[in-house]
Design a protein around this ligand. Structure first.
Ligand code: NAP
Length: 249
């Protein structure tokens, strides 16, 4: 009998864990999911899962060798650029076939009022003068970039509450995990009298309704562009990732 192929799936998005679950049903394949451990994520107990960093490129190379990984899928969040670069370098050096599962970015459409910026510092720079009450949906790690904006008010929606000692901008924190419906987003914008939204261009359907609600209300959206990612083979959805995996069985 042929040895099953071991595939490491770097996760961090809903797609990564869904892919791992579906890959585990393919005969001849043993998926292992890897999470950074940034949020309280429900882990599917039927899939071997490891949590936490590898220790840079060298730590990842060691892990790939020790665990006899045959294939690597990078299904991390589009803004988890460090992990993606480490994966591309380590897979290249260990000669392991590697692909990125990357959701397409959102694109501006008729009625959208986007202010596109390169990073959080630039986003914070455009906020004074845009609106006094803002909806900040950028995750937890970068909230401190807005903490100096003491004359503005922020509704901060994050998955995991921030630690008590984290510097936050003025406003309130809503700890909630998506997806969110269009009706929920409309009602949130109305309830908190929001004048503009700040978001990363994460892509995908789960958090897109906030962009639709902003369009309906004619609100500006400060859209943080994606970081630079390695130029490796890319696929856009779970079915294509499964097809890529089948090619190695
Ligand atoms: P990052 O800057 O790419 O990663 C920093 C380090 O975290 C990596 O070098 C690696 O540590 C570890 N890491 C990241 N993803 C991992 C995974 N799947 N398995 C094991 N280790 C992992 O990413 P980040 O700091 O987590 O986040 C950067 C941006 O992405 C933020 O805007 C965040 O909101 C967004 N984001 C990230 C995730 C996520 O799961 N990482 C999920 C949603 C959103 P070592 O170098 O020690 O291996």
């Amino acid at each position: 009998m042929r040895k099953p192929k071991r595939v490491l799936i770097l996760s961090g998005t809903g797609e990564g864990l869904k892919l791992a679950a579906r890959a585990s049903k393919l005969e001849g394949l043993q998926p292992i999911a890897s999470l950074a451990g940034r949020t309280r994520q429900s882990v599917n107990c039927s899939i071997p899962t490891r949590i936490g960093g590898f220790g840079g490129v060298s730590g990842l190379r060691e892990y790939l060798r020790e665990q006899q990984i045959d294939l690597l899928i990078d299904a991390t969040h589009p803004f988890a650029a460090q992990m993606s670069w480490n994966a591309a370098i380590a897979a290249g050096q260990e000669n392991i076939p590697h692909v990125m599962l990357l959701r397409p970015a959102w694109e501006q459409t008729v009625g959208d009022r986007w202010v596109e910026v390169q990073n959080h510092e630039a986003a914070a720079g455009v906020l004074p003068g845009l609106a006094p009450r803002l909806f900040l949906t950028i995750g937890r790690q970068e909230l401190a970039s807005y903490a100096h904006l003491s004359h503005l008010w922020f509704l901060m929606r994050i998955v995991t509450p921030p630690p008590g000692d984290m510097r936050l901008p003025p406003g309130i924190v809503l700890a909630q995990r998506g997806p969110f419906s269009l009706a929920e987003e409309r009602s949130l914008l109305r309830r908190y009298d929001i004048g503009a939204i700040v978001t990363k261009n994460s892509g995908g359907d789960a958090t897109y309704p906030k962009i639709m609600a902003a369009r309906e209300f004619g609100l500006p959206v400060v859209m943080i562009q994606r970081p630079s990612l390695p130029q490796t083979e890319r696929i856009g959805d779970i079915d294509s990732a499964l097809c890529w995996l089948r090619g190695y069985l």
